[in-house]
Design a protein around this ligand. Structure first.
Ligand code: DI6
Ligand code: FE
Length: 406
């Protein structure tokens, strides 16, 4: 006998295959020990629901999708950058502000000054915004501490959020995010410290992956290669902020290290795309940052599609370039700004989002054996999730087989 059975549902399984959205209409879904035990057309159930499961739930025509996955965020940080937003509106560019010592460096100051408690209290409402929209897995980066101690402080906050809230948190050490003020004009020396910190970061158990910012206002590929080698030596997978503001050869660098994902990619060239495809790395597109920075160069969507690179979407929630805590808005922006299809955007925050975090065996689709993370939506068709703006049709969230919302 199953623990739980949902009937009266339509499933957007998002499993790769023939049917759009992997859809199964008039379906049922069973859960046992926190995993999906069975799913299929309700007509294929072998007995009456009450003889099949301890608890029955009537989905009353809801669509069920996999739990949503936000695979790229900087959710934990101190302060905000409202002032910088105002400056940009009077003409200063994101890059100019960064070069003048504002931007990421300002958030570093604020984050260093904040206690773990304060960082937690600031991040929690941002996380809850995302959870209210059906997010069940989130990646959270460090990168605003830039000393080993402050980076670990951020990662501890991220882990605590995952322990306290009904969400799986994957953490990422982003030591090579910016050159901290005390290493001004000495990027190589700073990279030495990031490399030297790697064994301790790994031993702390606080990081699941390593990220870096490859850009002319941050670090060069050769510098990041040293960080990635150090990550590989301690068994941590890598990913990269790649080609966001210029073609920095970031995508090729990710491929060289068989990274989980290359993120942003507005300026990625053909060669980078081919390299990603060869290694099976995911392209993570971040429409919130594209929108908020009023970027005009589109990521190479058609080339990514043609090459068969899996495309994920994420909020990039951060104070400087994407103060976004709505994953549903990313679906809409993925369609309106990037011309992705609604199905592609939904795959981007389910199946491909899971893959970007190395969770493709356990998360990201509705399939027997996978973790029972899913969301019930008051919608008539899955495309509606990408279509509307400012409306949240999330009715119920199930995490590890337990109803945690609704
Ligand atoms: N690119 C981004 O989108 C975030 N980090 C990065 O390297 C933005 C960081 C910030 O402006 O605070
Ligand atoms: Fe980012």
């Amino acid at each position: 006998m199953w623990d739980d059975l949902w009937t009266g549902a339509h499933l957007a399984t998002m499993a790769a295959g023939e049917a759009p959205y992997g859809a199964i209409e008039d379906a049922a879904l069973a859960v046992q020990d926190g995993r999906i035990a069975w799913l299929g057309p309700a007509a294929a159930l072998t007995d009456a629901p009450e003889r099949l499961a301890g608890r029955r739930h009537d989905a009353a025509g809801a669509w069920i999708t996999p739990g949503l996955i936000d695979c790229h965020t900087h959710l934990v940080y101190g302060g905000d950058r409202t002032r910088e937003f105002e400056l940009r509106l009077t003409g200063a560019s994101y890059e100019e502000i960064a070069r003048a010592g504002g931007g990421i460096r300002y958030t570093v100051e604020q984050t260093r000054a904040a206690s773990e408690e304060e960082l937690y209290a600031d991040a929690l409402p941002r996380l809850r915004d995302l959870l209210a929209e059906g997010v069940t897995t989130i990646e959270i980066k460090s990168g605003y501490g830039l000393t080993l101690e402050d980076e670990l402080k951020m990662l501890r906050v991220a882990r605590r959020l995952g322990a306290d809230e009904p969400v799986t948190v994957k953490t990422t050490y982003l030591g090579a995010h910016a050159i901290p003020p005390e290493f001004d004009r000495r990027p190589e020396d700073y990279i030495d410290t990031v490399v030297a910190a790697m064994p301790e970061v790994a031993a702390s158990g606080l990081a699941d992956a390593v990220d870096a910012f490859c850009e002319r206002i941050a670090f060069y590929p050769e510098q990041i290669a040293r960080v990635f080698e150090a990550a590989g030596a301690v068994g941590l997978p890598v990913k990269l902020h790649a080609d966001q503001l210029s073609d920095s050869k970031g995508a090729s660098l990710v491929a060289r290290f068989a990274g989980l994902s290359a993120d942003h990619l507005e300026y990625t060239c053909e060669e980078g795309i081919t390299a990603l495809a060869r290694k099976g790395s995911v392209a993570v597109l971040l429409p919130g940052a594209f929108y908020f920075l009023r970027e005009t160069r589109l990521p190479p969507i058609e080339a990514l599609r043609k090459a068969g690179v899996p495309i994920a979407l994420a909020t990039d929630c951060n104070p400087g370039s994407s103060p976004v805590t709505s994953i549903l808005l990313m679906l809409n922006m993925g369609c309106t700004l990037f011309r992705l299809t609604p199905e592609e955007t939904l795959a981007g925050i389910t199946r491909n989002g899971a893959r970007a975090l190395g969770l493709q065996e356990t998360h990201g689709t509705l399939e027997p054996g996978k973790v029972a993370d899913f969301v019930l939506w008051d919608i008539k068709h899955p495309a509606e999730l990408a279509y509307r703006i400012g409306h949240n049709p999330c009715r119920q969230v199930v995490k590890d087989g337990k109803v945690v919302r609704g």
